[in-house]
Design a protein around this ligand. Structure first.
Ligand code: ADP
Ligand code: MG
Length: 379
């Protein structure tokens, strides 16, 4: 059933009548991995997998929610002490609180919501949920006076303050600013951004989810960040955004081999994002794909955040003639993102499914995505 019908029908049966429909989307990131905390660039876009909510102010100071997908209800007040116990409801509570903290108005409302962004697959269903409600509260209670950057920050602060996830701004940014057939190059240092048309003719974007998540000891993410900070300090710069390979090579003897490799990846990845944007402007999809493979190689060999399963997915993609393929997200499991020519799509999906299953005993999940609009009112 279409999301819109599902949500409207559930609203009618739970609360009676109808509210206003809002939606926001999950996201992909074409290239630019581990660059955000180094002040570099990322290149995300919103996708055609969304969270949709039907919402109506109820004239009280209470929020009543129904999650269709979980078949659970939650109710809460709007004061800090009223936080609900259910995790999924805390996302909505957080968005209400963060809107209020910024001087925005939020009153009681009834809402039902559902989505088709796979949960925890690296497509940021949580950002879709936050930005859907942030956008809706802005429209319903604030006459759209809160700007889009603030809406993204409301989502990010929700993760920080109500969900215990210390994330950057990319996911919420992509969800809020996402535009059909456009990727967004975001400069994580200045927060300046630019849209790049990304209408794939003859290619598809496919995520292959390994469905593994390696439990890691000794927090490798913190160690990666530490390496980047060590090198930046040695170079006397704020972040590796300001470094190039010449500068790095000049201090090679003074830093550990590990720190060198980590910094090398970050410096090269920053350049690759810019190169992908140039290639896209020329319509040169083959080069975009080569740069994606280069990112995978760097993540695997220099940054060392890959794993056997992800490297295997990348190898299969290469063997099948997939144009570009790389790990998407932090690594150690999750998805690869693949740029696949129409002509080889069926063979690739069949091959990757069969081979991965033969080696690991379970099939990967396949998600086709199309770059679409982010947060919006649905008519
Ligand atoms: P992701 O990588 O998809 O963002 P997270 O763990 O950050 O994974 O967020 C997933 C959480 O967001 C879920 O556990 C749930 O609390 C909430 N969520 C996302 N989508 C839905 C949905 N359709 N219905 C209810 N809750 C949802
Ligand atoms: Mg999330």
């Amino acid at each position: 059933m279409e999301l819109k019908t599902k949500v409207s029908e559930a609203f009618a049966s739970h609360f009676g009548g109808e509210g206003s429909l809002y939606a926001s989307a999950g996201r992909i990131n074409l290239i630019g991995e581990h660059t955000d905390y180094n002040g570099g660039f990322v290149f995300p876009g919103a996708i055609d997998k969304a969270i949709m909510a039907d919402i109506r102010p109820n004239g009280t100071d209470k929020v009543n929610l129904y999650s269709i997908d979980l078949d659970e209800s939650a109710s809460f007040g709007l004061n800090e002490a009223d936080a609900p116990s259910q995790q999924w409801a805390r996302y909505v509570f957080g968005v209400c609180r963060e809107t209020i903290k910024r001087g925005g108005s939020v009153k009681g409302f009834d809402a039902v919501f559902a989505g088709n962004v796979p949960l925890g697959a690296g497509l940021s269903s949580s950002a879709a949920l936050e930005s859907c409600f942030a956008f809706a509260l802005n429209d319903l209670f604030n006459g759209n006076t809160i700007d889009k950057f603030e809406l993204a920050k409301i989502g990010q602060s929700t993760e920080h303050n109500y969900c215990g996830v210390n994330c950057g701004i990319m996911d919420q940014f992509a969800s809020v600013f996402g535009k059909k057939d456009c990727l967004i190059r975001l400069d994580c240092r200045s927060l300046e951004f630019e849209y790049f048309p990304f209408k794939l003719d003859g290619y598809r974007l496919v995520l292959v989810d390994s469905v593994v998540k390696h439990e890691l000891v000794d927090s490798p993410y913190n160690k990666r960040r530490q390496s980047c900070e060590n090198v930046a300090r040695r170079l006397d710069i704020d972040t590796l955004r300001d470094a190039d390979m010449e500068m790095l090579d000049a201090v090679k003897a003074d830093i550990s081999a590990e720190d060198y490799m980590r910094a090398k990846f970050v410096i090269e990845e920053k350049e690759r994002v810019l190169d992908v944007c140039e290639a896209l402007n020329r319509g040169d999809i083959e080069t975009v794909g080569k740069l994606m493979y280069a990112t995978h190689h760097g993540l695997s060999k220099d940054y060392e955040v890959s794993c056997e399963e992800l490297d295997y997915l990348n190898d299969i993609a290469k063997e099948c003639g997939v144009t570009g393929s790389r790990i998407m997200g932090g690594g150690f499991g999750g998805c690869t993102i693949n740029l696949v020519a129409d002509g080889i799509y069926d063979n690739f999906i069949a091959t990757v499914t069969e081979k991965f299953n033969a080696r690991y005993g379970h099939q990967p999940k396949i998600y086709d995505v199309v770059i679409s609009d982010g947060a919006r009112r649905v008519e």
